[in-house]
Write a protein of this length. Sequence first.
Length: 154
Amino acid sequence: MNIVKAQYQVEEIQGFKVYKAQDVYDVLKEHFNPLQEEFYLLPVVAQEFCIERLFVGGLTASSTDLKTLFHLLLTKYPNAPAFIIAHNHPSGDCDPSGADKEVTKQIKEASDLLGYSILDHLIFSNSGYYSFHNEGEIITESCFLPLDHKKDRG
């Protein structure tokens, strides 16, 4: 039997509080490369969030592997009840593409099956962000992230 050990991007930031999408954006905009697309997972750990940079792509896209995302949640953060996902758009246009909407739908469906709550999906750039939660595209009843349903785009 062959055992495969997955390795993830190690840049991890731990222990910050999030009260709204702007808080996530403020942390991420300090840590991303604006020249390539990067995909982040932010699991809730002991009522705080940490950041894992999962995937790095090129100028116009990054690959989002749902198996890798959920493998990380299940193995490294087995007690995390909820999470946020985020990725940047190097173009500066934060509006979600059709692919962004589809992957969000797939992650939401998988989360529901596995008992996780996806709290938000942020798309961000140097000039602002788009929050699926704030736009009413992800609805969650969670005490971990009491996001406003108003449009507080950056």
